[in-house]
Ligand binder design. Structure first.
Ligand code: UT7
Length: 330
């Protein structure tokens, strides 16, 4: 059976920096509160008329450069996002057109913060079976245009940022490979972290009354998310280690979805490791949902935090509630 390697990784974030002090001017919040509860100092927001596909295209270009492949080499595009450019079709179609990739298959997946690892698992299957040789996987989000800057929604509005990360997956002829992926969801928590409208179960999908009630804004039961995240993150990391007979000492770096710095600290504590083993860049980008893991992976690699032969573990927790992990030998 073939195995899959990550041949290239890249990221892109918009230029516009929004600091906590900028948010102080928009609503009743404070730099101190945001840093103490989340670790975030700043995040990036798009300028007008930029969609998730635009960010994804730039990240894809960087990943293709590292993998030394051209757009015409790509066989399939998987685009993980909860903020696609349009209600339908998916942003993957726009990436294909913008990068001139020809009429290859392309689809979106919508598993929020776990979307990138779900995409990695899907891509891994296509490579292992021999169906494709070059899969482009993107995680990209434009969260800023969904946020409400008022007291009622300030818990959500301080957390999220825009950005994109991408990887190129290829068959491996060395020991560098995806060792395993582990996917979970518990649908009973759907309404604890969600955007309710517009949606197909309402007729009409959106109404003035719904807009007046603010049902188009993301809602989160922050404490419930936190409580579950600090249990599921370590459990799914442990699952990846057990599946590959690894101890925590074998792992060079854990790259978690950047949900909240306090969550990463709690995960490190439960795993009995210091924060030097848990990569974090949330202070600069906030929570970028499906984009956060590939952005962090790309940054960590360029900073020399891991290299060929090292074992890294990716882990995510988010809306669904979904949680997932992947062990990779780089
Ligand atoms: O990808 C997964 C996405 N989500 C997460 O990872 C989030 C997980 N949850 C959390 O990180 C935390 O629950 C939050 C950071 C969202 C909130 O922290 P918390 O310690 O759970 O605060 P809380 O919601 O219990 O609110 C405490 C206080 C409240 O005021 P009162 O009722 O005590 O007077 C809130 O109104 O903090 C207030 N508050 C704020 N104050 C200033 C909530 N948001 C803000 C804000 N600025 N942005």
């Amino acid at each position: 059976m073939r195995t899959t390697k990550i041949a290239g990784v890249g990221y892109y974030v918009p230029e516009k920096v929004i600091t906590n002090f900028d948010l102080e001017k928009l609503m009743d919040t404070s730099n101190e509160w945001i840093i103490e509860r989340t670790g975030i100092q700043e995040r990036r927001y798009i300028e007008d008329d930029t969609g998730a596909s635009d960010l994804g295209v730039e990240a894809a270009k960087n990943a293709m450069k590292m993998a030394n492949v051209e757009p015409e080499d790509i066989d399939l595009i998987i685009f993980a996002t909860i903020t696609s450019d349009y209600f339908f079709p998916g942003s993957s179609a726009q990436v294909q057109e913008k990068l001139g990739m020809g009429h290859i298959g392309a689809f979106d997946i919508k598993v929020a913060c776990s979307g990138f690892i779900y995409g990695l698992s899907i891509a891994d299957q296509f490579i292992k079976t021999g169906e494709f040789d070059n899969v482009l996987l993107i995680g990209a989000e434009v969260q800023s245009t969904a946020l409400a800057f008022d007291t009622e929604h300030r818990d959500m509005s301080v957390l999220f940022g825009d950005g994109a990360g991408a990887v190129i997956l290829q068959p491996s002829n060395t020991d560098s490979k995806i060792l395993s992926t582990h996917l979970h969801i518990d649908g009973k928590y759907v309404k604890e972290l969600w955007t309710e409208a517009p949606a197909s179960r309402f007729n009409p999908r959106i109404s003035k009354q719904m807009l007046d009630e603010g049902r188009q804004y993301p809602f989160m039961n922050g404490r419930e998310v936190f409580r579950n995240a600090i249990v599921k993150f370590p459990a799914v990391i442990q699952e990846a280690m057990e599946a590959n007979n690894l101890s925590i000492d074998d792992v060079k770096l854990i790259i978690p979805h950047q949900a909240n710095y306090r969550i990463s600290q709690a995960v490190a504590k439960r795993l009995g490791v210091g924060m030097e083993k848990v990569y974090s860049n949330i202070h600069r980008y906030g929570n970028t949902t499906a984009a956060s893991i590939p952005i962090a992976m790309s940054e960590a690699l360029s900073k020399g935090k891991f290299e060929e032969g090292d074992i890294i573990i990716l882990a995510a927790f988010g809306a669904g509630f979904s949680w997932a992990s992947s062990a990779i030998r780089w």
